[in-house]
Ligand binder design. Structure first.
Ligand code: HEC
Length: 148
C-alpha cells in the first residue's frame, strides 16, 4: 500500500518535468505556432504551383521519371542538397528509396529565401515527414553555401 503511494507521489515531479520540457520548445518550431502555420500554408500553395506537376499533389512522384517526396530517404539524408535543388536545380544520379534516378530538375532561381523556407516547411512536414518549422534564417545560410 505504502509503496503504491510513494510511486504515485513520484509520478508528479515526472509529470511536471515533462510538461516543462514540452513548453520549453522554442515558440517558432512549435507546429501550432502562427509562424509555422503561415509558412506551411504558403508552402503548400507554392508546392502546388511549382512542384506538383512532377512530384504530384500526393508527393508520390511519377514512376521512374520523378522521385517521390512523400517518403524519401534522400530527403532525410540530404537536407542541404534539397534546399539547394529547389533554388538551383539538381541533376545526375540520385538514389531515392533504392530506386535510381538520373534525370535533371531545374531550379527556380526567382524563389526568395523565404519562399524556399516555406516550400521546405511544407514538404518536410507533410506525408511521412515531421521536421517542424524550417526557418528562413537557416535557409539563407544554407543557400549561400550551395555549390551551383
Ligand atoms: C519538371 C519536373 C520537376 C519539377 C517541376 C520539380 N521537380 Fe523535383 N525532381 C525532379 C527530378 C527529375 C528529380 C531527380 C533529379 C535527378 O535525378 O538528379 C527531382 C528531385 C527532387 C528531390 C530529391 C529527390 C527526392 O525525391 O527526395 C526533391 C526533394 C525535389 N525534387 C523536390 C522538388 C520541389 C520542392 C519542387 C518545387 C519547388 C520540385 N522538386 C519541382 C523533377 C521535378
Amino acid at each position: 500500500m505504502m509503496l503504491k503511494r510513494i510511486l504515485r507521489l513520484a509520478a508528479y515531479p515526472i509529470f511536471f518535468t515533462l510538461l516543462i520540457s514540452c513548453n520549453s520548445n522554442p515558440e517558432s518550431t512549435n507546429k501550432r505556432s502562427t509562424k509555422f502555420q503561415q509558412y506551411y500554408v504558403q508552402g503548400q500553395t507554392l508546392y502546388q504551383k511549382h512542384c506538383s506537376n512532377c512530384h504530384q499533389s500526393n508527393g508520390k512522384g511519377l514512376g521512374r521519371l520523378y522521385p517521390p517526396v512523400d517518403y524519401s530517404d534522400f530527403m532525410d539524408n540530404n537536407f542541404k542538397e534539397v534546399l539547394c535543388a529547389i533554388k538551383y536545380g539538381i541533376s545526375g544520379q540520385l538514389i531515392v528509396n533504392d530506386v535510381d534516378y538520373n534525370m535533371t530538375m531545374k531550379g527556380i532561381p526567382v524563389l526568395t529565401e523565404l519562399e524556399v523556407a516555406e516550400i521546405a516547411t511544407y514538404i518536410y512536414n507533410t506525408w511521412t515527414h515531421q521536421q517542424g518549422l524550417i526557418d528562413v534564417k537557416d535557409v539563407s545560410q544554407i543557400l549561400s553555401s550551395c555549390d551551383n
